[in-house]
Design a protein around this ligand. Structure first.
Ligand SMILES: Cc1cc2nc3c(=O)[nH]c(=O)nc-3n(C[C@H](O)[C@H](O)[C@H](O)COP(=O)(O)OP(=O)(O)OC[C@H]3O[C@@H](n4cnc5c(N)ncnc54)[C@H](O)[C@@H]3O)c2cc1C
Length: 356
């Protein structure tokens, strides 16, 4: 008999896991309280990278995830995402340090001069003196990928239930036996929490405190414009890219991957600052706001992913940089859940580190 696996949450992590498990023959149900990609995934910048990392293990996981994205695009017949990134967030020592660190790791990186940057991005008004070029980095649309993954999972027999909050986990002794919803209980062989910032509330009744950092974020989207940017740009003031529809996207915090702010300025201030930085970067462009959406980024207490067993019958898959990490986190966890043994790449990221 197939294993019955229930995934709580239809962000990019729940969707990627549902797809991989369905491909491996599991009987999958996804239960989502709002709608697919309704929270962090629908507000994400979607930059796929390993140039940012917090440890060697984290670097290896991110690198594997970049390859997993390429494989997934082939599997789902999606256009390959190959924008490349121009990084000039820092100058001087910070620039040289990142260049040296990534070169030592064997990461594809080239140091470019101002003239070379201007050739790659002619619309930039003030190209930086130097930039690091990461040719293998890319951007995806996390919400669109989530929908594509759920559709592919459904085509393989998975069931997706939206608008159905999970109110509690059902237990028998120490074992989690399924979930409770207003529509009644669903009993399964295994439950996985892909619930982002909703995770602590579901774990608390089990006596487990899952620490998460409070990291509010916001995503600016402009109305569509003619093509003017070909790469992801990481500038000292903001990250920016243009999507396939011509919209300029930027997470409004500078250095959003390392950002440690616990509060955001009022939305009108954020919007005015973002437009000011963009007009400095692209003065010729008539950038008109379309949306500014707020979201809480799901960041476990130590900044690193939490992937794997919690209790008998229960696992979790919660992290920031989930747009980057989702396909590899899903590959590894799905392998474990379908009896392929412990995946060594997950050893540094076990949730149990928070519970001793
Ligand atoms: C502004 C911003 C920019 C970002 N930029 C990047 C980037 O460039 N690159 C990158 O790699 N990452 C980026 N991230 C991070 C990335 O988007 C997230 O790590 C990722 O989307 C997390 O996906 P998720 O599926 O875990 O969480 P979510 O997308 O939050 O999904 C969790 C889902 O679980 C559901 N849920 C929660 N509780 C329950 C419950 N009790 N019952 C039923 N359903 C429940 C929620 O409704 C939600 O749909 C960014 C995030 C933000 C906010």
């Amino acid at each position: 008999m197939q294993d019955r696996i229930l995934i709580v949450g239809a962000g990019i992590l729940g969707a990627a896991l549902a797809h991989r498990l369905a491909c491996l023959g599991a009987q999958v149900t996804v239960v989502e309280s709002i709608a697919p990609a309704a929270l962090a995934t629908g507000r994400s910048f979607g930059w796929i990278n390993a140039s940012f990392h917090l440890s060697p293990d984290h670097y290896r996981l991110r690198l594997a995830a970049m390859a997993a994205h390429r494989a997934l695009a082939g599997e789902l017949d999606l256009p390959p995402a190959t924008q490349g990134c121009l990084w000039f967030e820092e100058t001087g020592e910070g620039f040289d340090r990142l260049d040296a660190d990534l070169t030592a790791l064997g990461y594809p990186v080239q140091s470019l001069t101002r003239a070379e940057v201007a050739r790659l991005e002619p619309a930039l008004a003030n190209p930086p003196e130097r930039a690091l070029f990461f040719p293998t980095e890319a951007a995806i649309d996390p919400a669109a990928l989530t929908i594509a993954l759920l559709n592919a999972a459904s085509a393989k027999g998975a069931t997706v239930l939206s608008g159905l909050p999970v109110t509690a986990l059902s237990t028998a002794g120490d074992t989690v036996t399924g979930i409770t919803t207003r529509a009644g209980p669903i009993m399964v062989d295994h439950t996985v929490l892909a619930t982002g910032t909703g995770t602590p509330a579901l774990l608390a009744p089990l006596g487990l405190t899952f620490p998460m950092l409070h990291r509010p974020g916001a995503m600016f989207r402009s109305q569509p414009l003619p093509p003017m940017l070909s790469h992801i740009l990481v500038t000292p003031r903001l990250e920016v890219r243009q999507d396939a529809q011509g919209r300029i996207l930027c997470p409004t915090a500078a250095a959003h991957q390392r950002d440690s702010s616990t509060s955001l300025p009022p939305q009108e201030t954020l919007l005015a600052e973002t437009l000011r930085h963009l007009s400095h970067l692209l003065p010729q462009a008539d950038i008109r706001p379309d949306t500014l959406r707020m979201a809480e980024r799901p960041v476990p207490g130590d900044g690193l992913p939490a992937i794997g067993p919690v209790r008998p019958g229960l696992s979790m898959v919660v992290m920031h940089s989930g747009a980057t990490l989702a396909p590899e986190a899903a590959n590894l966890l799905a392998a474990e859940l379908t009896g392929q043994g412990d995946q060594p790449a997950l050893a540094p990221f076990r949730p149990a580190r928070f519970w001793g």
